[in-house]
Structures are given as C-alpha cells and as structure tokens.
Design a protein around this ligand. Structure first.
Ligand code: NAP
Length: 249
C-alpha cells in the first residue's frame, strides 16, 4: 500500500554537489525525494535532508552503490512499493579517476565506467518498469562537456559521459511512446568537491576556455534539470542541454 500520493523523484548522488542542488531546486511540499549516496558517513546526506525540509519537502537519503545491479533493482522496488509511483529519475552520481592513458589502471577505467555509465543502465532499467506502467516519466542523465569534447587525462570519464549521451538518445527513442522523456544535462566546469581537488593550473586552464568568464554554480545545472522535469518540457526528449558558460558550443 502506497504511503502517499505525492509526486516522487529519485536523485542519485544527492548528498552533496550538483545532486544536492538538484534536490533543492526540485524541492516543494508536493514532492517526495529519495536520494542515494555512497559514503557510509551520512553527515552530508543529513544536511541535504535538512535543507529540503526548510523548503517543506520531505527527502530521504539511503546508502547505495549505484553500480551494483541487484542492489539498485531492490532499491527501486522498495521505493515503488512504498510510494506507489516514481515520476522523476535523475542519474547524477558520478566519480573521476583521472590519469593519462599510458598510466591509467584497469581498475580506474572499470570504476568510472561502472559508477558513471552502468549506473544509468541499472537505475533507468529499474525505473522504466514503473514509469511504463504509469505512462509517465521524466528521466534526466547528468553527462559532461567532456563527453562531447574529450579531455586529455580523462579518457575513462569522457568515455563514460559520451556513453551516457548515447544511452540517453537510445532510451528516449524506446520510451517516448509511453510518455516518458529522457534527456541529458552536460555541465561544464562547476564548483563542487569534484573540481575542488584539481590543481590550480588545471582550474585556470578551464576558466580560460569559458566565454562567460566564471566557473558554473551547482544551481546553474540544477535549474536546467528542473526545467527538463517540468510540464514546460513535455515535448523535449533525447536532447543534451549544455550548461557550460559557452565553453563548448
Ligand atoms: P561530487 O560533489 O563529487 O558528488 C558526487 C555524488 O555522487 C555524491 O553524492 C556521492 O556520494 C555520489 N556517489 C559517488 N559514487 C557513488 C556510488 N557508487 N553510488 C551512489 N552514489 C555515489 O560530484 P559533482 O561535481 O556534484 O558531480 C555530480 C555529477 O555531475 C557527476 O555525474 C559528475 O560527473 C557530473 N559533472 C560534474 C562536473 C563538475 O564540474 N563538478 C562537470 C560535469 C559533470 P558520497 O557523498 O556518499 O560520496
């Protein structure tokens, strides 16, 4: 028996960074949010819950490795049983393990492909079963400018994000007849923990490539996601919206 009839959004990697900003952009009293994180220390997840509550939106965080197929299937079954529906999925969780090809470890290739790309398959396949029955759904995959441009030192990451874009377009074609839209948002250089660790020189090189002259904020990405999940975007599917200050056109 479903606990409520609010709209339900699942956001992967919602404990911090872009995922948290997406949750806060979507947050409203009529929305139930469920998000995942990976770190067993859930201080950051608790902060996301608190910030959503300030917007009178109930959010729940659960530790889940989105690259684990079985765990993901079980997670979505639980969400659908409890809440009776899943309206929105944002595949946001992602990692980097940067290095030049000549020195890249197989484990770094595998981890990035698993967390960034296989996770999108895991979560989208699981959620599509419920969305197809509902004949409604909004899926947004977080890609990256690097998936379109490439980037030296990020062959694994760029391949995973280019994969997310191809996946988005294919699934958009498969699910369109069930009133499910599938789009990607490709952020450029956004200020989060992921980019905070980059050496100053690398940050300066990124900034020099941005016509709008500043790094992106998590909210810049979140607003594009919010739009794609809204009724205003009901005729948009299979698209990639670049949020990058003009870094790639
Ligand atoms: P972030 O600050 O490092 O946050 C990553 C989030 O993903 C965290 O909530 C983390 O959970 C979660 N996560 C990591 N591995 C996971 C796993 N195996 N299972 C479940 N959750 C996992 O990253 P971000 O910068 O916000 O990036 C978010 C997305 O935007 C990623 O897909 C990234 O590739 C993409 N992106 C970012 C930028 C940028 O400049 N920042 C640019 C282009 C694209 P824990 O907190 O528990 O570790």
């Amino acid at each position: 028996m479903a606990e409520n009839e609010k709209r339900v959004a699942v956001v992967t990697g919602g404990s911090r960074g872009i995922g948290r900003a997406i949750i806060l952009a979507l947050a409203e009293p009529d929305l139930q949010v469920v998000f995942n994180h990976y770190d067993p220390d859930d201080v950051a997840a608790a902060e996301t819950v608190r910030l959503a509550a300030e917007r009178r939106c109930q959010a729940e965080g659960e530790k889940l490795d989105v690259s684990n197929y079985e765990a993901v299937q079980e997670f979505f079954r639980k969400v659908a049983d409890r809440f009776g529906r899943i309206d929105i999925l944002v595949n946001n969780a992602g990692i980097t393990r940067d290095g030049f090809l000549s020195r890249m470890k197989e484990a770094d290739w595998d981890a990035v492909l698993a967390v960034n790309l296989k996770s999108a398959f895991n979560c989208t396949q699981a959620v599509s079963r419920f969305m197809m029955k509902q004949r409604y759904g909004r899926i947004v995959n977080i890609a990256s400018v690097v998936g379109a441009m490439g980037n030296a030192g990020q062959a694994n990451y760029a391949a995973s994000k280019a994969g997310v874009i191809g996946f988005t377009k294919s699934i958009a074609r498969e699910l369109a007849s069930r009133n499910i839209t599938v789009n990607a948002v490709a952020p450029g250089f956004i200020e989060t923990d992921m980019t905070a660790v980059l050496p100053e020189k690398v940050k300066e090189a990124f900034l020099a490539q941005i016509p709008l002259g500043r790094a992106g904020r998590t909210e810049d990405v979140a607003q594009a996601v919010k739009f794609l999940t809204s009724e205003a975007a009901s005729y948009i599917t299979g698209q990639v919206i670049h949020v990058n200050g003009g870094m790639y056109m």
